[in-house]
Design a protein around this ligand. Structure first.
Ligand code: SAM
Length: 287
């Protein structure tokens, strides 16, 4: 049977694109209320799907638009059948539909006149790579509001000392304020997913952000430590930091990766020097 939708038939959800569509009006409205979109803002939605959030976003923006003016937004959708349906439902001046993979999409041109407010019920199978991809456009982003698997949101928001704290927590929290907003149950979607979901907001820290001397080294060190998260940092970072440096930094070398704050990671990164050890050279970060 052909994989392509017949335009007059209902769309069949595609697992490979992480398609679980929001159908519960209560949550659709609550999400858009929490975004509070305005017509003068540059809103970009990743994965509009069947437009559950898109329609509500446009309605909310219209409510604040000048008389006789209709709001517009940009959406990025990979599924060409859904793209065709979106183009059939919305005129191009209302919805700029970019048929593209959000993982390789260039967000910069969209931010030419204003910083972007990025939103989306993200496909769970690629949520972490999308978050890392968007870090490349941090300076062009006003904020981001996403629906993600609850467990991923808990890792994103985990503070030092939390068991869920990991590479994702540190790499996001040194750029953004990460705030979990609320949970969304599986029954709010069709098909019903096997996992719980949550809404999370990321706001760039801007001038409050700590800047390590080398972003590359920072990423390498955080990755190296969390790859061996059960080890004390003295061991997992032996290729980077010697005993004297731990003393200078005032950081307990017996701590574990999850115990450290973003400021401590920046201090380690700035104080570290790649060393040749019995363990070999420091490893490059995983992609
Ligand atoms: N926003 C809709 C909703 O809330 O009902 C759909 C959400 S569904 C979880 C994820 C959407 O992202 C689907 O429409 C899917 O086709 C799209 N998608 C999946 N991978 C994508 C990618 N790499 N780039 C852009 N869109 C993608």
């Amino acid at each position: 049977m052909s994989e392509i939708d017949r335009p007059d038939a209902p769309h069949r959800a595609r697992k490979r694109f992480g398609q679980n569509f929001l159908v519960d009006r209560h949550y659709i409205e609550r999400i858009v209320e929490s975004i509070d979109p305005r017509p003068e803002q540059r809103i970009v939605e990743i994965g509009p799907g069947q437009a559950a959030l898109t329609r509500e976003l446009l309605t909310a923006m219209d409510a604040h638009a000048a008389k006789g003016r209709a709001a517009s937004l940009d959406v990025i959708e990979i599924d060409r059948d859904l793209v065709a349906r979106l183009r059939a439902e919305f005129p191009p001046e209302r919805l700029r539909v970019h048929e593209a993979d959000a993982l390789s999409f260039d967000f910069a041109p969209l931010a030419a006149s204003a910083k972007l407010r990025v939103v989306g019920n993200l496909p769970y199978n690629i949520s972490t790579p999308i978050l890392f991809r968007l870090c490349e456009f941090e300076d062009r982003i006003a904020d981001m509001t996403f629906m993600l698997q609850r467990e991923v949101v808990d890792r994103m928001a985990a503070r030092e000392g939390d068991a869920e704290r990991g590479r994702l927590s540190v790499m996001l929290q040194y750029r953004y304020r990460v705030a979990k907003c609320f949970d969304v149950p599986p029954g709010a979607f069709r098909p019903i997913p096997a996992v719980d979901s949550s809404i999370v907001r990321l706001t760039p820290l801007g001038s409050e952000r700590l800047r390590p001397m080398s972003e590359t080294r920072f990423a390498q060190i955080v990755t190296a430590a969390f790859t061996q998260r059960r080890k004390m940092i003295r061991k997992s970072l032996a290729a980077w930091v010697d005993a004297d440096t731990w003393a200078t930094l005032g950081i307990e070398p017996t701590a574990r990766a999850e115990d450290l704050s973003v400021a401590q990671w920046v201090a380690i990164s700035d104080g570290a020097r790649p060393r040749s050890t019995a363990h070999g050279s420091p490893k490059a970060p995983a992609a």
